[in-house]
Design a protein around this ligand. Structure first.
Ligand SMILES: NC(=O)c1ccc[n+]([C@@H]2O[C@H](COP(=O)([O-])OP(=O)(O)OC[C@H]3O[C@@H](n4cnc5c(N)ncnc54)[C@H](OP(=O)(O)O)[C@@H]3O)[C@@H](O)[C@H]2O)c1
Length: 288
């Protein structure tokens, strides 16, 4: 699909056109992303509404649940519309305590790609991000062995496009020397802006930047400056936070999470808000 009425328009990941307004499925699993959702039908309804609204980019991972969000996506949406592109992640697994231990040795990566194919019901994964670092953030270490494995699986036809997640700028460069990447998925939002420079450098290269926790994640953004701008515009703080990201750079793709159809509709309706220079200046202060 070439056009959309969704805020932000579209972006091309390699040869795949996606709406810049996407959907992040992580919050559909149970508490702390473990186990099934309390409301199974409600979770399916959110996914179906996302597609009905015209969203063509859904972000997931086999580690969510584990398996839970992938299986919900398959149940709600398979067979998939040709325009829908599902991005997944490999490189972390889950332990009994709900932790996210790394699993980046070649055999674990190969297994994770096959598990994603199976749980999503696909022959080829459109986009696989190598999830790096740990739950504290990126860790400076080589990605060579792990990314070479994914590049090999890509050559075998199991993966269309590659990306990295929770990565340092150096790791992005190291991965790019092995195989092209179409996106970087890192933590970034109005209040957490460590990647400002990286975003601009990726924009210049035509590589997408996909902020995770765009609304603050498990503790949604709260800021008096954000509330003040939202009040002045008669909008919700979440709408302002998403509109700010869309205006921040054309290569930013949104994957806000929600387990609520009402929030999903509200976020889509609000993210197209035009922010003035004064609004942007007030919002800029939040991340400083
Ligand atoms: N690569 C990585 O390491 C990594 C890490 C974390 C996440 N991710 C990806 O990033 C995506 C987004 O992250 P996220 O979902 O954790 O965080 P998020 O999008 O920043 O925030 C989601 C939270 O905001 C709430 N929310 C959404 N819309 C709202 C509204 N209109 N009003 C009030 N509250 C609202 C949701 O609650 P309700 O359910 O009540 O709406 C949920 O608690 C995930 O789905 C996942 O795909 C990737």
């Amino acid at each position: 699909m070439a056009t959309t009425s969704l805020p932000g328009g579209t972006w091309t990941l390699g040869d795949l056109t996606v709406t810049r307004f996407g959907y992040g499925a992580m919050q559909l699993a149970g508490p702390w992303v473990m186990g099934p959702p309390a409301d199974h039908e409600g979770a399916l309804a959110v996914l179906r509404e996302a597609v009905a609204l015209g969203i063509t980019h859904i972000d997931t991972a086999d580690a969510y649940g584990p398996r839970v969000t992938n299986e919900l996506i398959k149940e709600a949406l398979h067979p998939y519309q040709a325009s829908l592109h599902i991005a997944t992640k490999v490189g972390a697994t889950r332990d009994a305590q709900g932790g996210w231990p790394p699993a980046r040795d070649p055999e674990s990566l190969r297994r994770a790609v096959h598990e994603n194919l199976e749980t999503l019901g696909l022959d080829t994964l459109d986009l696989v991000n190598l999830r790096l670092g740990n739950s504290e953030g990126p860790v400076a270490e080589s990605v060579e062995t792990a990314f070479e494995m994914l590049a090999d699986l890509q050559k075998q036809g199991l993966i269309r496009h590659l990306g990295v997640s929770n990565a340092t700028a150096e790791q992005v460069r190291e991965a790019q020397a092995i195989a092209p990447i179409v996106c970087v998925q890192n933590m970034y939002n109005l209040a957490y802006r460590a990647d400002d420079e990286l975003i601009d450098s990726l924009a210049a290269q035509g590589v997408a930047y996909v902020p995770f926790f765009p609304l603050g994640g498990f503790s949604p953004l709260q800021s008096s400056a954000l509330s003040a701008v939202a009040e002045r515009l008669g909008a919700t703080p979440m709408s302002v936070a998403l509109a700010w990201l869309l205006q921040r750079s054309p290569n930013i793709l949104l994957i806000p999470g929600t387990s609520s159809v009402a929030h999903l509709r509200e976020n889509v309706a609000g993210a197209g808000l035009a922010l003035s220079a004064d609004d942007l200046a007030a919002l800029d202060e939040i991340g400083r």
